[in-house]
Ligand binder design. Structure first.
Ligand code: ZN
Length: 254
C-alpha cells in the first residue's frame, strides 16, 4: 500500500482547482508527478503532512516525473527547478519520456534559464545545472525509489505518459492526458486504483465514455483533470478525485 496525494485535480482552464498533479509516498519516499502553475502554493494550501507535521514542499520531493510538455503539466517546473538549485544547491531529479526530454531544455527552459548574471558576467547555464534528467523508455520498467514504473504513450496532441506504478504489492494506473482509448483502459484495468482524466476536445476523454465502462472498472476509478462544472456533481457512478485528499493505493478509502 502507498499514498496518493492529489495536489490538483483541475483541467487546463480551471479557475477553482490547481492543475492536475499528485504525489506518491511509500516509506518516506516522495515521488511527484507533474508540475503545474503555482506548484509550491498548491503544496502549501493542501498541506500534505510530513512526519514532523509540516507540509510537504519542493525540498521533500525525492524525484519528479514529467508526463508531457503541455503547460498545465509543466508550467511550474522552471521556478521549482530554480528553487531546488538555489535553496538546496542541488538539481531536481526528473524522469520523463524520450520526446519530452528532447524538447524540455532546448525548446522550453533554455530561453529563460540559459544564462544567469552573476553580478559581473552573463554565464551560460546547462540543463544539468537545474535538472538531473533520466529518460523513461516506453514500456521498459524503471525503478524510482520503492516504485517500479512502466509507461505507455497516449493518444493526445503530444505523446503523454500513461503509467502503471507499483510498490510490489499495490498498483496505481494513471491514464494521463488521453483520448478515450479502450486499449489503454485494458492496460490499466488490473491496477488496484485507476486515476483517469476527463476533459473537453478530441484529445481528451468524454466523461460519458467513462460512465459507460463496466462497474468493475468504474468502482476502482478516480477521475482527475476535470472541468470546473463537474466539481461537486454525481456522474454515472464515477468518483471525482478531491483536491487535497490522500488516497491509499491498495487500501479501502476510495
Ligand atoms: Zn496535455
Amino acid at each position: 500500500m502507498f499514498e496518493l496525494m492529489m495536489n490538483g485535480v483541475g483541467d487546463a482552464f480551471s479557475r477553482i482547482h490547481w492543475g492536475t498533479s499528485f504525489l506518491l509516498r511509500r516509506d518516506g519516499f516522495v515521488l511527484a508527478v507533474d508540475c503545474p502553475d503555482s506548484y509550491r502554493r498548491a503544496l502549501l494550501e493542501n498541506g500534505f503532512p510530513k512526519e514532523d507535521g509540516e507540509p510537504i514542499d519542493v525540498g521533500d520531493i525525492d524525484a519528479m516525473i514529467l508526463t508531457h510538455l503541455h503547460g498545465d503539466h509543466v508550467n511550474g517546473l522552471e521556478m521549482v527547478a530554480c528553487f531546488k538549485r538555489f535553496a538546496f544547491g542541488a538539481p531536481l531529479t526528473l524522469y520523463t519520456s524520450p520526446e519530452a526530454e528532447a524538447d524540455l531544455w532546448e525548446r522550453r527552459l533554455q530561453a529563460s534559464l540559459g544564462v544567469l548574471y552573476d553580478g559581473t558576467d552573463w554565464v551560460p547555464q546547462r540543463r544539468e545545472d537545474f535538472l538531473d534528467v533520466t529518460v523513461m523508455e516506453w514500456g521498459e520498467p524503471i525503478q524510482i525509489g520503492p516504485f517500479t514504473i512502466t509507461t505507455r504513450p497516449t493518444v493526445h496532441h503530444l505523446k503523454a505518459t500513461a503509467m502503471r506504478i507499483t510498490d510490489g504489492e499495490s498498483t496505481l494506473g494513471y491514464s494521463c492526458d488521453t483520448a478515450f482509448d479502450p486499449e489503454l483502459i485494458d492496460w490499466l484495468s488490473d491496477a488496484d486504483l485507476i486515476l483517469h482524466e476527463t476533459s473537453m476536445g478530441p484529445a481528451h476523454t468524454p466523461i460519458d465514455k467513462l460512465a459507460g465502462l463496466d462497474a468493475s472498472i468504474r468502482d476502482k476509478m478516480l477521475i482527475g483533470h476535470y472541468p470546473d462544472a463537474f466539481a461537486g456533481t454525481e456522474i454515472g457512478g464515477l468518483t471525482l478525485a478531491i483536491q487535497g485528499q490522500t488516497y491509499d493505493v491498495g487500501g479501502q478509502n476510495h
